[in-house]
Design a protein around this ligand. Structure first.
Ligand SMILES: [Ca+2]
Ligand SMILES: [Ca+2]
Length: 118
């Protein structure tokens, strides 16, 4: 199961729960850099039993929620409504939001999103 293997990859200290540090190290291994503040927000957003960590259920919930939002973003970017977005469209849309990324980064995002959305 895709989510489960992602969870295991991120659970660096193999406790069966993700703390901020797990996410920081785990996401870096996946090539995604996030500040500690951003990671804290992720954990807070998903942490239902308020133990400061995400167990698998909380993690799965958070991601499903997140995927829904991503899918909406994806749709709003997909001007031609053909289920495809190219790197240029992502760069343009992010530039509108004041975020500058390289074409390489846009392609990386694109690949990650395409995997998530389908
Ligand atoms: Ca852990
Ligand atoms: Ca928790």
């Amino acid at each position: 199961m895709r989510l489960w293997s992602l969870f295991q990859t991120l659970d660096i200290n193999r406790e069966g729960r993700l703390c901020v540090n797990d996410l920081a190290v785990g996401l870096r291994l996946l090539g995604l850099h996030r500040t500690e503040g951003e990671l804290r927000k992720i954990v807070q957003a998903g942490d239902k039993d308020l133990d400061g960590q995400l167990d698998f259920e909380e993690f799965a919930h958070y991601l499903q929620d997140h995927e829904k939002k991503l899918r909406l973003v994806f749709k709003s970017l997909d001007k031609k409504n053909d289920g495809r977005i190219d790197a240029q469209e992502i760069m343009q849309s992010l530039r509108h939001l004041g975020v500058k990324i390289s074409e390489q980064q846009a392609e990386k995002i694109l690949r990650a999103w395409t995997r998530m959305v389908r």
